[in-house]
Write a protein that binds this ligand. Structure first.
Ligand SMILES: Cc1ncc(COP(=O)(O)O)c(C=O)c1O
Length: 454
C-alpha cells in the first residue's frame, strides 16, 4: 500500500529540513501511524508533497535508512522496516552544577608543588614522544624494557638498590602496584601487618583483597618491629618516612626487620613514596637494598612530578616480577606507552633529578617556615623528610574539631585521628606544606595559627 506521509516542514525552524522530515517519520512509526511494510513514496513524490527539493527528501531517507527505520529494495521501492530500532537511552537531565562556595586553601598532605608553567625539560620529553610512532602492537606487560633498565639504574643510584631491568615492573603508582602484588602473591584470609597510624589506601587495598589486617604500633623511629606477630604473611611499611608520623627507621631496625622476615618467611612491602626529599639528614638505606628476596619496593612519580601522571615502579626479585607480569598480561592493565616513553626521556636527560633538586630547596624553606610558625602550638615531628610534618597537640584536644574549625575559616587540614585505626595515640594535625602557591601557603599558615591560637 502506497501512502501519503503525515509530514510537514517548517521553513522558519532552526533545524534543517531533512532532519525535520526524519524526526516526524520516526514519531509516526513510534505512535503506530506508520507500520512495518508500509511502502513509502519515492523521493520525487515526497519532495513534491512537501514542496522541498528532491535532495532534502533523499537526505531524509538516507538518514532513516542508516538508522534502520526504513529498508529499500531496488525496483520495489522503500518500505518501513519491520525491525524498529531500539530507542536511544534518554539522556538524564544534567544535574545542576553545585554553586562553588568560597575557595578553600589546603594544607592536606599528599600533593607536591606543581609549577604553574611548563619548563624546557618537560617540553623536550613530550616533544620526543610526539615525534615517534606508537609501538606496532602491545607493549610488554612488565613495562618498556628501556624504561625498566633506566629505572634500575635510577633506583640503584638514588636508593642503593642493586638491581637490573628484570627486577623492575612499571606500575600506575604505589596503590596500583600494591594491589597487583596482593592479588598475585597473597591469599584471601592471610594476615597482613600495617602501621597504625598509617596509609589508608594500603588498608583499603588489603581489605578489598580479603586479608586480615593486623595493626602494628609506630614510635618516633617508625614501625615497631618487636611488635610484629610471627604469623603475618606480609608487612606494609614506610621506612624512609613513616606515613604520617614521619619517623625514619634507623639501620639497626631495618636489619632487625629483614632478619625477622627471613625467619618468618613474610614479605616486606616497602612504600618509598617520598624518600627523594630529606633535609640536613644522611640518607638511610632502602629496605630493598638489604634483601630483594624478602622485600618488594614501591616507588612513584606522584611526589616528584604529579600524582595525575599515574606512574610508578615496583622493584622485586626477578621471579616475583615475572609472576606479576604474567598475571597482568591477561588484564591489559599497565601504563600506556606515551607516559613510559616520556619518563624514559626525563630520566635520560636528568630532568627528574633536576626537578627533585629544585623542589627540595623549596620544601626545605617551607618546612622551616612551617616549623617556626607552628612550634608554639604543639610538638612537631617528622620534619626531617618528605612533604609534610605532623603537629602533635596536647592530649585531650579533639583534632577533628580543630580541623572542622579550620575548614570553617577556609582551610583544609588533616586531623591525625583520621589515620589511626585501633591503636590510640595523641591528637594532632598532618600538615602538607608542598602543594600551595607561595601566596596561598602564607595565607594558609596564617589561618592555621589563628585557629590554633583560638
Ligand atoms: C604513604 C603514601 N604512599 C604512596 C602514595 C602515592 O600513591 P600513588 O603512587 O598511588 O599516587 C602516597 C600519596 O599520597 C602516600 O601518602
Amino acid at each position: 500500500m502506497d501512502i501519503s506521509l503525515p509530514l510537514t516542514v517548517d521553513r522558519s525552524a532552526s533545524t534543517s529540513l531533512h532532519l525535520q522530515v526524519a524526526e516526524q517519520f520516526r514519531a509516526a512509526v513510534r505512535d503506530g501511524r506508520l507500520q512495518a511494510g508500509h511502502r513509502l513514496p519515492s523521493t520525487r513524490d515526497l519532495a513534491k508533497q512537501l514542496a522541498v527539493s528532491r535532495s532534502v527528501a533523499q537526505a531524509a531517507y538516507d538518514q532513516l535508512h542508516a538508522e534502520g527505520w526504513i529498508a529499500g529494495r531496488t525496483g520495489s521501492g522503500t518500505y518501513v522496516a519491520d525491525v524498529v530500532p531500539l530507542q536511544p537511552a534518554t539522556r538524564q537531565r544534567p544535574r545542576p552544577i553545585e554553586s562553588e562556595g568560597p575557595r578553600l586553601l589546603s594544607l592536606r598532605p599528599g600533593i607536591p608543588y606543581i609549577e604553574p608553567r611548563v619548563d624546557a625539560g618537560w617540553r623536550r620529553a613530550w616533544r620526543e614522544v610526539s615525534a615517534q610512532p606508537p609501538p606496532r602492537g602491545y607493549d610488554e606487560a612488565a613495562g618498556s624494557p628501556a624504561l625498566r633498565a633506566a629505572l634500575a639504574e635510577h633506583v640503584g643510584r638514588v636508593r642503593g638498590i642493586a638491581c637490573g631491568p628484570e627486577n623492575l615492573l612499571i606500575t600506575n603508582g604505589t596503590t596500583h602496584g600494591l594491589r597487583l602484588l596482593l592479588t598475585v602473591t597473597q591469599q584471601r584470609g592471610q594476615r597482613i601487618a600495617i602501621e597504625d597510624p598509617g596509609y589508608l589506601n594500603a588498608v583499603v587495598a588489603a581489605r578489598d583483597h580479603g586479608l586480615e589486617i593486623v595493626d602494628v604500633p609506630v614510635d618516633a623511629d617508625g614501625l615497631r618491629v618487636s611488635a610484629l606477630p610471627d604469623d603475618v604473611a606480609a608487612v606494609y611499611v614506610t621506612p624512609s618516612h613513616q606515613y604520617p608520623l614521619g619517623g625514619r627507621l634507623p639501620v639497626a631496625r631495618l636489619n632487625e626487620l629483614v632478619r625477622w622476615a627471613r625467619r618468618t618467611g613474610a614479605t616486606l612491602i616497602e612504600d618509598d613514596y617520598d624518600s627523594e626529599f630529606r633535609y640536613d639528614v644522611a640518607p638511610l638505606p632502602a629496605l630493598a637494598q638489604l634483601d630483594l628476596d624478602r622485600v618488594v619496593h614501591l616507588g612513584t612519580l606522584s611526589k616528584m612530578l604529579s600524582p595525575a601522571l599515574r606512574l610508578g615502579w615496583l622493584v622485586a626479585s626477578a621471579e616475583t616480577v615475572d609472576r606479576l607480569a604474567v598475571a597482568r598480561a591477561a588484564t591489559g592493565d599497565w601504563p600506556g606507552w606515551p607516559m613510559q616513553a616520556a619518563l624514559l626521556a626525563m630520566l635520560r636527560d636528568g630532568y627528574l633529578d633536576q626537578v627533585v633538586r629544585r623542589h627540595r630547596r623549596l620544601y626545605a624553606e617551607r618546612r622551616n617556615h612551617t616549623c617556626t610558625t607552628l612550634a608554639a602550638y604543639g610538638s612537631i615531628i617528622g620534619q626531617d623528610a618528605g612533604l609534610h610534618i605532623t603537629l602533635l597537640l596536647p592530649d585531650g584536644i579533639d583534632d577533628q574539631a580543630v580541623a572542622d574549625r579550620a575548614h570553617r575559616a577556609g582551610l583544609v587540614v588533616a586531623p591525625l585521628s583520621e589515620y589511626r585505626r585501633t591503636i590510640p595515640g595523641r591528637p594532632g594535625l598532618v600538615i602538607g606544606y608542598a602543594t600551595p602557591t607561595d601566596e596561598d601557603f602564607t595565607r594558609a599558615l596564617g589561618i592555621l595559627t589563628e585557629v590554633l591560637r583560638a
